[in-house]
Design a binder for this molecule. Structure first.
Ligand code: PEP
Ligand code: MN
Length: 338
């Protein structure tokens, strides 16, 4: 349920109303002070609350029932875009934020070399998988803790914030020490015990859409994290499974405008995993920006042919530099910068 307050309602009045609602109905009242209005979002069992009774309060403009199962992630609860800072980037702001780096961390030299390159080309964060959730148990599983240390070294040298994927709640402490944005991969989007743990911290989360999950399921996974109190979440469309087999996945471009309408959270696109083909990354990146993505996550490798994972979809640092140059005018054409 959402209560829109009349303009000019004082903070004291908002606090008093929230306190009364919590006490009388056992719900959680979240006041959100937006640029245009103040709304109170009620979370919990609101079935005993009568809309007519609430509307009698002199500070209440209108009361709306929210039919969607996600509340905190809902744009109705939070009409303004969520914007938060990571390193030098305002995630969800006017500037498109590009996260770049290899699929897997392979060595210290590799990470330092790629970090230097992608920073020069304009990337705002460095990615690298240390714990790899591979489809085959015989495939490279990642350097694990050692990989996080190499990422940290690359951050010390370049200042780029680090994005890396967590696969298990037991490694959370290690991630809190070394990682600036914790990625939840497609395969773990509905690992609810992991999501609950990530709700307890205040570190930004990059939440990737599962390849067979609906937009509503993605938003419910964000809601799991937000219900614990962590509202710094980036949603990421990375391609879904369809009947098509010529690409690794099918990029669901329509998910971006739909998500931007349904939620206030920033929405990113990972074109690399969506198509699985390095030559297609540029066209999908342009399309993603054109339909409203707030950022991109792109795989870049110094030697794609010999990469330990996802070489076929990885750009060389030179190709990444060209890509960034070609994306700038597209960003400008939709009123963004890059
Ligand atoms: C990755 O980013 O390397 C990755 C494994 O992505 P996804 O979870 O989207 O498959
Ligand atoms: Mn990968």
């Amino acid at each position: 349920m959402i209560i829109v307050l009349k303009s000019g309602t004082t903070r004291e009045k908002v606090a008093e109303l929230c306190g009364r609602l919590q006490q009388n109905y056992g719900v959680t009242a979240n006041p959100i002070f937006g640029s245009e209005s103040v709304v109170i979002g009620l979370v919990g069992d609101t079935s005993s609350i009568e809309v007519e009774t609430l509307a009698l309060d002199e500070s209440v403009e209108k009361v709306m029932k929210v039919s969607e199962p996600y509340k905190r992630a809902n744009r109705k609860f939070h009409p303004d875009d969520t914007v938060f800072r990571v390193g030098d980037a305002d995630i969800g702001g006017r500037r498109i934020c590009v996260i770049a780096g290899p699929c897997s961390v392979e060595s210290e030299e590799q990470m330092i070399g790629i970090a230097d390159h992608v920073k020069m080309s304009g990337a705002l964060a460095l990615r690298g998988g240390a714990f790899k959730p591979r489809t085959s148990p015989y495939a490279f599983q990642g350097l694990r803790a050692e990989g996080l240390l190499y990422l940290r070294k690359a951050r010390e040298r370049t200042g780029l914030p680090i994005v890396s994927e967590i696969t298990n709640p037991s490694s959370l402490e290690m991630f809190m020490e070394h990682v600036d944005v914790i990625q939840v991969g497609a395969r773990n989007m509905q690992n609810f015990e992991l999501l609950k743990e990530l709700g307890r911290i205040r570190r930004p989360i990059l939440l990737k859409r599962g390849f067979s999950n609906t937009i509503e399921e993605l938003l419910m996974s964000a809601e799991y994290i937000m219900s614990g109190g962590n509202d710094r979440i980036i949603l990421c469309e990375r391609g879904i499974r369809t009947f098509e087999t010529s690409m690794r996945n099918t990029l669901d471009l329509s998910a971006i405008p739909m998500l931007k309408r349904l939620t206030h959270l920033p929405v990113f696109v990972d074109p690399s995993h969506a198509c699985g083909l390095a030559w297609m990354v540029e066209s999908l990146s342009k399309a993603a920006i054109a339909v409203g993505a707030d950022g991109l996550e792109i795989e870049v490798h110094n030697d794609p042919k010999h990469a330990l994972s996802d070489g076929q979809q990885s750009l060389t640092p030179e190709a990444f530099d060209d890509l960034m140059k070609h994306l700038r005018p597209v960003a400008e054409s939709v009123g963004r910068t890059l």
